[in-house]
Write a protein that binds this ligand. Structure first.
Ligand code: ADP
Ligand code: MG
Length: 214
């Protein structure tokens, strides 16, 4: 089993749906340790992504094309920290996915590139209460799953599960990067918004793959 361009498009549409559904929840999380705009930022970005996807005259030929569309759209429509961070993640991922299909190793490479983009852009390490705390365990779980022989859907499911655990594990952390770091000790006890949205987006990658398994 491999994931293909149809999967990539379904992932993006699923991501848009989950971002819309969690808009208020993300606003609430970002109000606690930030400025409250994370939900609106992502909803605005993915509204633009869907518009550009729907306006395409020819269907994307490879997965990288889909991810590049997401990258450039988020970079130009989402302000704050999350726009450039997600934009760079999708851009890096697009660079290693210029194929009609990906096997498990290709999926791992895509996730590794996404994390690398976030780290290059934001310079955060694991444990600083950022989206890196969802992506780092996700990549580790994907690597382990692929090494154990999982198909792309299993690799993505493992990544999604680890990202969700990673997002929850940001609750007791002290923020030392991004806007939440201004709060110091008061950032402790709240789940990081960017780690939360990252886990939801990675979950949609797994859902889209499960939908076409077999
Ligand atoms: P802003 O903080 O500019 O208001 P958002 O609210 O959209 O932007 O996004 C906030 C999220 O961005 C945080 O919850 C965190 O996950 C992520 N973030 C902030 N700074 C960094 C960084 N340097 N590296 C990785 N992620 C970061
Ligand atoms: Mg914010």
């Amino acid at each position: 089993m491999r994931v293909d361009v149809t999967w990539a498009t379904a992932w993006v549409r699923g991501s848009a749906r989950t971002v819309f559904e969690h808009r208020v929840a993300h606003i609430a999380l970002d109000r606690q340790i930030g400025d409250g705009d994370h939900g609106e930022n992502l909803a605005r970005g993915f509204t633009a992504v869907l518009a550009r996807l729907d306006a395409l005259e020819t269907a994307p030929g490879d997965i990288g094309e889909v991810l590049r569309l997401v990258a450039t759209t988020l970079m130009s429509t989402v302000g704050g920290a999350a726009g450039p961070l997600y934009g760079t993640a999708y851009l890096r991922a697009a660079k290693v996915t210029g194929f009609p299909e990906l096997d498990s190793a290709g999926v791992v490479a895509m996730l590794e590139a996404g994390l690398e983009g976030i780290v290059v852009r934001g310079k955060a390490s694991p444990g600083e209460k950022t989206m890196v705390d969802a992506w780092t365990p996700a990549v580790a779980a994907a690597v382990a799953a692929a090494a154990a022989g999982a198909e792309p859907d299993g690799v993505l499911a493992a990544a999604a599960q680890a990202a969700e655990a990673g997002a929850v594990a940001t609750i007791p952390l002290l923020a030392t990067k991004g806007r939440a770091s201004y709060l110091g000790e008061r950032s402790i006890g709240h789940q990081d918004p960017g780690a939360t949205s990252s886990a939801l987006i990675l979950h949609e990658a797994a859902v889209a793959a499960a939908g076409r398994a077999g």
